[in-house]
Ligand binder design. Structure first.
Ligand code: NAP
Ligand code: GLV
Length: 345
């Protein structure tokens, strides 16, 4: 089976690292593949027999002229940029990246963000720079209501981690009914003290209230001290976090955006921060990335930002996820993590 690797990369090393990791994972799986790595601009012509494109948001048009293409496998979890290519071959199935290691990384970032906001660690960082010694009121985690937008791979992992930490967690999804969901959060074991390795199994049962559909959102927002966005960017979710959304939050609430910049109307967010209605925004993703120099977010006192680093795809684990789908295709088994083009995720 011939496989094309194509995409936009931070640099040549990143691309070659992926090529090596994928080749290695295919070898380990015993899957006979011929790899074609797109290093060209303008793109070379690929052989007619290419059946799979493994992609990292390739430039629009890159997947044209592949008559035997049977699968587009994304290395990214979010496929909004991929689906925005109007030349994407219409009948070819698309699978996205779903990697437990990535979900775990996202849960860590969500936990860091919520802990920071709940305990005011971002204020202490400012105080340190100003040489101020002042303790803030300390609240319990169960006094803090957190809403996670999205109940998918990322949303569930984040909600489970936050609920296990003691926060009052609710989640919001598109459909699928409403009600409570029990999740099991199992932190890693580790050595307790000196003298060898100790296996520790910790299982925590947590409850998350899940609400579905647009009608449920206003009441959820009205009772949310912290909102963590983990939605996919689709026609239905673009610009969701606008002036109306922010006005429904209680005064002093905080926004954590770990999904896509396109979910937020930046001018509305800045207005809510400037007026003091929104207490803080912790942002990992932006309408334009990298965030342009001079953008107000860089220096806003109520903004903490990350360079789209909430959950990076780790080639070490993700390559095996890709190869497992290639194996399924090769063996005529159902593909995993299919994208519904109609829904956009
Ligand atoms: P997923 O498994 O497809 O889950 C998507 C969730 O969003 C589902 O629960 C879905 O509801 C819900 N949803 C979709 N449209 C909705 C709507 N209109 N209203 C309410 N809920 C809606 O996706 P995922 O793997 O969790 O990833 C989510 C997003 O995270 C990605 O698309 C990407 O943009 C972002 N991401 C960011 C980073 C980063 O480093 N910053 C890394 C990875 C991913 P249903 O369950 O009812 O279908
Ligand atoms: C990162 O943002 C991804 O979608 O994988």
């Amino acid at each position: 089976m011939d496989v094309l690797l194509t995409g936009r990369w931070a640099n040549d090393e990143e691309r070659e690292g992926w090529a090596d990791a994928l080749r290695h994972a295919a070898e380990v799986a015993g899957l006979p593949l011929t790899w074609w790595v797109d290093r060209g601009d303008p793109p070379p012509t690929w052989p007619d027999r290419v059946e799979v494109a493994v992609v990292a948001n390739p430039p629009p048009g890159r997947l044209q002229g592949l008559p035997k293409l049977r699968l587009i496998q994304s290395l990214w979890a979010g496929v909004d940029r991929l689906l925005a290519d109007p030349t994407l071959p219409p009948q070819v199935p698309i699978a996205r990246m779903v990697d437990p290691a990535m979900n775990a990384a996202m849960a860590e970032t969500a936990l860091w963000a919520v802990l920071t906001l709940h305990r005011g660690f971002h204020h202490y960082a400012v105080q340190q720079r100003a040489g101020v010694w002042r303790q803030r009121a300390q609240r319990r985690a169960d006094e803090v209501a957190v809403t996670v937008l999205g109940w998918g791979q990322m949303g569930r992992a984040a909600a489970a981690r936050l609920a296990a930490q003691g926060y009052r967690v609710r989640a919001w999804r598109a459909g699928g009914g409403k009600g409570g969901a029990a999740l099991t959060h199992a932190p890693d074991g580790g050595p307790l003290d000196g003298g060898g390795t100790v296996q520790v199994q910790v299982q925590v049962q947590v409850q998350v209230q899940v609400q579905a559909g647009p009608a449920a959102l206003p009441a959820l927002l009205a009772d949310s001290e912290i909102v963590v966005n983990l939605l996919p960017l689709t026609d239905a979710t673009r610009g969701l976090i606008d002036a109306d959304f922010l006005a429904r939050l209680p005064a002093g609430a905080a926004l954590v955006n770990l999904a896509r910049g396109g979910h937020v109307v930046e001018a509305d967010l800045l207005a809510a921060l400037d007026s003091g209605w929104l207490g803080h925004a912790l942002l990992d993703v932006f309408a334009t990335e990298p965030l342009p120099a001079g953008h107000p977010f860089w220096s806003h006192p109520a903004v903490t930002l990350l360079p789209h680093a909430a959950a990076l795809t780790d080639a070490r684990s993700a390559a095996a996820v890709v190869v497992e789908n290639l194996r399924a295709l090769h063996c005529g088994e159902p593909l995993r993590h299919r994208v519904d083009r109609q829904r956009g995720y």
